[in-house]
Write a new protein. Structure first.
Length: 265
């Protein structure tokens, strides 16, 4: 098994948030290393990351990069196989850099996801920014804590299979799928996710940053699982867990970083 746990040795920390969009928080401004790490991610999971939109977040750096360096990074990421679509909002300097690069400013993670079947899409906040898994906020406003699940609110129960191309979201509650989640399908919950069948698609629990959320499934073949933005793709998971009943949760490691943990049930 190849170890791919993110730690402070890596130049960039990738988290999953808005559906199909990832947030790359730059820890070390090393264009070559960041491009190499992204290329390795694309090679490991081409269906997930190949030509995937990515938001670049320079908020973890002591100093904003100059335009030439930022352009070199964007070119390196494109060469690695992903598509930078914007910068994560942070400061006035970030806004100025985004203008010079011709990119929009976006929040790290979006406020909510669209349900699979809704009568109408939810209204957009007045200054809403799009977006990826976990750590979200609106433009030019202080970051807000993830909303707590409504006390006593019932979980969302999906009785029919979630098929390829579908997306199911349980806002401020748990999600229970009584059947299967097919390859190419995506289930998302602000709380925990319970799947009483096979998980072949993607499952994102704790979508608003709830680190206590968990994922349970009867038969594990997931393309990707994430809790509060911390994710793993199938190739990162021990092979002996494939096809088994699995529980997934976050645990604080000795480096004081949350890590995804897996256990057979």
């Amino acid at each position: 098994m190849t170890s791919t746990n993110l730690d402070y040795e890596q130049a960039g920390e990738l988290k999953i948030g808005q559906v199909g969009i990832a947030n790359l928080r730059v820890r070390t401004l090393d264009v070559a290393q960041l491009s190499r790490e992204m290329r390795e991610r694309v090679e490991r999971a081409p269906k997930l990351f190949g030509r995937a939109p990515v938001i670049v977040d320079f908020g973890g750096l002591a100093q904003m990069p100059d335009v030439a360096t930022a352009k070199a990074l964007l070119d390196g990421l494109r060469g690695a196989g992903v598509l930078p679509v914007g910068l994560s909002y942070g400061s006035r300097e970030t806004e100025q850099l985004a203008e010079k690069l011709g990119l929009p400013l976006l929040a790290k993670f979006r406020a909510q996801y669209e349900p699979v079947a809704a009568a109408a899409p939810p209204p957009a906040p007045a200054r809403r920014e799009s977006v990826t898994a976990a750590e979200a906020a609106p433009a030019k406003a202080p970051s807000k804590a993830p909303p707590a699940a409504i006390a006593g609110s019932p979980g969302l129960v999906q009785k029919t299979p979630v098929r390829s191309g579908q997306q199911l979201y349980a806002e401020n509650r748990d999600l229970t799928v009584l059947t299967t989640v097919g390859a190419g399908a995506e289930v998302i919950a602000d709380g925990s996710i319970h799947i009483y069948g096979t998980l072949r698609g993607r499952a994102l629990a704790g979508a608003q940053g709830n680190t206590d959320a968990r994922i349970f499934c009867r038969e594990f073949h997931a393309e990707l699982v994430a809790i509060a933005g911390h994710y793993k793709v199938l190739d990162d998971v021990p092979k002996e867990l494939r096809g088994k009943a699995v529980q997934i949760w976050l645990e604080r490691g000795p480096d004081k970083q949350d890590q995804l943990m897996f256990a057979a049930q």
